[in-house]
Design a protein. Structure first.
Length: 531
């Protein structure tokens, strides 16, 4: 394995992208996926900046990560403020993460005209912050913001800033190409120059994509001597985004021989990319290199004929290496292979039953054509597999449900606003018994959820510990207006396990029912099925 380390900043820098907002639950689930991928460091956010980040850092203490360490991010102390009294640094320490990352200024223009302080004070801000964190036993990374622009404008001062960080004890100095306007040869040469002037220092790269060179500049920095690579999954981030860590990992591993991940982890790239897309409520980019659905597609003619004979004739890598697959034609065999691989991963043996595999393939294709997506909803996919097995008995079945929404007009004497009442009546069959329950809720979906749980808890008392933690709705085909299909993604937990389910329908209540029912059925199947 190479000494290259991956530092993911999807949860902080990625959340600064326009139109993206993570919940605390999103962040926790993405962190778990990044850990499965083999990421070294996960930057969770900026402690004290907002309640969601505060909740994430508190909940992250309970994550059972196998590879990654959580990092918290903050700027250096404020000008003229003692480090012990700086509120940002206090919040950083209170996050109790093993890694802290400071960002400081390397460009004299930013020091004098943005921070409006002296060049000397800026050096003190950097050194004091890092020394203080080191005294608290932290591993400290230093993000030298605007380093490349600063180096080109005033190389002597830019070097002073990172020397101050190194002398204060920074464990790694990350050179940031913040404005995204540098070219790869500039990045490589400047990183190499820094490496010569600071032998033995650990250097990293943090590149933005404003010139669509985020990945190229990151690879160039590694060639120049950087050993820590920062980026985001799918390249999400402010303005035009950050270096796409998916492409960076694949190129380092497969093109530059930096075998930073195990082969099995590399095969998770497509899965993780799709998962983050779902969490951001964005459709995966089909044209994304390495992991997009179209990355290895061939549309007839000469290309398709050639690939049918020799796959490498029009493919730069074997797509399976990154968890993708070629798409010359839509074949049952290719689909069945994917289903069989996933079944093995879930511990479900269906390889000997071709009918089961074929049935699941047909169901997946039919459901995906209606708008279902199983990335990010593996619990629903596992149920799909299990329901296709002979002898599978559902713990409950829907008989019917009715959902009513009524708007109440308050009497003038009550001096209250008009309100909405939502009520759901649910009938489910458990064994030979039909259970009938009505419940009110804060909205029709909540009423449906309450009614279903109240009906089932009589037969499955332990079900009361299952809680819904997140609920997302996405329009599948927005051009259809109010007739459009909607996809509902639900996250659930029992306090120990977490899982996600999906439903899709032109009726949002029906889509919600599918995801809710799958969530409870999955838990009963896996963890609490005794009546």
């Amino acid at each position: 394995m190479s000494t290259i380390e991956f530092y993911d900043t999807t949860l902080r820098d990625g959340s600064q992208a326009e139109g993206i907002s993570f919940t605390a639950e999103d962040k926790l689930r993405i962190a778990q996926k990044l850990d499965e991928l083999g990421i070294s460091y996960i930057e969770g956010g900026w402690p004290g900046s907002n309640p969601k980040d505060a909740e994430f850092f508190e909940q992250a203490k309970k994550l059972r990560l196998k590879h990654a360490k959580i990092a918290a991010f903050s700027m250096t102390r404020r000008a003229g403020t003692a480090v012990e009294k700086d509120s940002n640094i206090k919040a950083l320490m209170d996050a109790e993460t093993p890694i802290v990352t400071f960002v400081g200024k390397s460009w004299d223009l930013h020091v004098t005209r943005v921070l409006e302080t002296s060049l000397e004070e800026n050096l003190g801000m950097i050194a004091d912050s890092i020394s203080y964190a080191k005294s608290k036993g932290k591993t400290v990374f230093y993000d030298a913001e605007h380093f490349f622009d600063g180096y080109k404008a005033n190389p002597e001062y830019a070097m002073q800033t990172i020397r101050a960080a190194a002398q204060a004890g920074a464990d790694c100095i990350i050179l940031c190409e913040t404005n995204g306007g540098a070219l790869p040869d500039e990045v490589r040469d400047i990183v190499a120059a820094v490496a010569r002037e600071m032998p033995g220092a650990s250097l990293g790269i943090h590149a933005h994509n404003d010139g669509e060179l985020g990945v190229a500049n990151t690879l160039a920095a590694v060639m120049g001597g950087a050993t820590q690579v920062q980026g985001t999954i799918n390249g999400i981030g402010e303005r035009c985004g950050n270096a796409n860590l998916v492409s960076v990992i694949a190129n380092l591993h497969l093109k530059l021989g930096k075998r930073t991940l195990a082969d099995a982890q590399l095969r998770k790239l497509k899965e993780v990319s799709a998962y983050v897309s779902e969490r951001t409520n964005k459709a995966p980019n089909p044209y994304q290199p390495f992991v997009g659905d179209s990355a290895f597609s061939h549309k007839g003619g000469m290309h398709a004929a050639a690939v049918a004979k020799v796959e490498s004739s029009y493919q730069h890598i074997a797509p399976e290496l990154v968890g993708n697959s070629p798409r010359v034609t839509v074949s049952e065999l290719a689909g069945r292979s994917n289903v069989l691989a996933k079944a093995r991963e879930l511990g479900i043996e269906i390889s000997r039953d071709k009918d089961v595999a074929a049935t699941v393939v047909r169901q997946v294709k039919e459901m995906e054509s209606r708008g279902f997506v199983f990335e990010g909803a593996e619990a629903s996919f596992e149920l799909l597999l299990r329901r296709a097995l002979p002898g599978y008995v559902r713990p409950f079945e829907l008989v019917d449900f009715i959902v009513l929404v009524e708007k109440h007009r308050r009497a003038p004497s009550q001096n209250q606003e008009d309100g909405l009442l939502s009520e759901a009546t649910v009938k489910v069959r458990v064994g030979g018994e039909v259970l009938h329950m009505a419940a009110e809720g804060d909205g029709p979906v909540n009423a449906l959820d309450m009614g279903l749980r109240q009906a089932l808890v009589k037969s499955y008392p332990a079900l009361s510990q299952v809680k819904l933690t997140d609920y997302k709705v996405r329009i599948v085909n927005s051009t259809d207006g109010t007739e459009a299909a909607v996809r509902v993604l639900i996250d659930s937990t029992d306090g120990e396990h977490r899982w996600s389910t999906v439903g899709c329908s032109s009726n949002i209540i029906d889509a919600s029912w599918m995801a809710l029912a799958d969530s409870l059925e999955y838990w009963l199947l896996k963890y609490g099925g005794q009546r």
